[in-house]
Design a protein around this ligand. Sequence first.
Ligand code: GLU
Length: 473
Amino acid sequence: MSKAKSKYTFHQSVEYYFDKAAPITKHPQGLLDQIKAANSVYQMRFPVKIGNDYQVIEAFRIQHSQHRLPTKGGIRYSMAVDQDEVTALASLMTFKCAIVDVPFGGAKGGIKINPKAYTTSQLQRITRRYTAELVRKNFIGPGIDVPAPDYGTGEREMAWILDTYLTLGKGDIDAYGCVTGKPVNQHGINGRREATGLGVFYGIREAVSHADDMKKLGLSTGIEGKKVVIQGLGNVGYYAAKFFEEAGALIVGLAEYEGAISNPKGLDVEKVVKHRKETGSILGFPGAKDIKQSDKALELPCDILVPAAIESVIHEANAPKIKAKIIAEAANGPVTPEADDIMNAKGIMVVPDMYLNAGGVTVSYFEWLKNLQHMRFGRMQKRFDQSAYEGMIRMMETLTDKRVPKKDMAMLARGADEIDLVRSGLEETMVGSYQQIREIWRRNKKVDDLRTAAFVNSINKVAMDYLALGIFP
Ligand code: GLU
């Protein structure tokens, strides 16, 4: 799909962006070549019994960079999976982890199937066999390579991967850290499910908080009242839509495979999801206008356009028709290089994927740490903090001779639960990383957009690791 819409394949488009940023960093060419290259490619084919016959399944796991270990990245199930796509996604993982200071190398996996064409037990068989192949070649493990969900996979698949790894494992005490995005009751972490969507929200909230940048776009600061269009109501798009809505944005358009809907007064996300579940289609939602050709929704008038599905949806042909002022790349690679140039020329602000959708891997990092420490976050200090806050409030009450009402006390003297810590860590990460890339964008005259700034930042970080490792003395 990506191939027809751009003269670059998806992998070539990541390389194109890399090559644009690399000369700005001034590292030796050989080091840049190493940072750009995908290190290990495992292409496999295995048989799975489907009905009365066997099917040969094609799959990949690609580790782009082992400058930090484990390598990290999701596994997608889609008919578009091929070596080019998985390599592109694996390299984006390297730069993504570097940007948000998550200490992993980049990897990605993919199985070339349409998950909707299989029963649950067939999908389970495929997933378990894929995991067994990874174990066999030492391509999975808490210190080696840690998969996670991606397009077409979720908590259920991660639980199967964990169980297969445990079954084949040899008493590895850290085995639960072999995969992230697991169900909470299967050694997952609270807050992972919505992490990518929430990260998208935190990232955009930060982007729109800078008055000078917004002035250039002709926008006011703040999320409230902003008109948002979201393409894709999967895990990422759905939660992003919810968080934008909660913060007072108007969701004026929502797009899915079967079509799109719009309402300039705003759509109720939860009701749209319910309607789609009941009728099998997003179309026909009461009060909204139907858009039969789904990708036309990208051209709706709005302030923020959030492509949250797959790569190359904004391309040379539709880029000139985009009316949004900000493109929030919740998906990986939604904008082709040709379209990126058009956006930059039009003065549209593109907040790049490798930063904006890094919330998922950030919380995956927290989950992995939880698995290695064998304890949920907050267990040790929650009660301690609570009584320390209570003590402080009591002391103030004595000094001022005033009483804090009981309900306020419960709120003020609260120790943090796991979800509070996960959200606070995610917010800190997304805000801090935006400031890093914005600083590069604003200060370096050779950097004309946030994507180039993000690449410069991550190339520098990965280069530092290589230099420190002594590989390039
Ligand atoms: N698949 C997600 C991504 O593209 C998450 C990766 C992870 O959590 O390791 O960032």
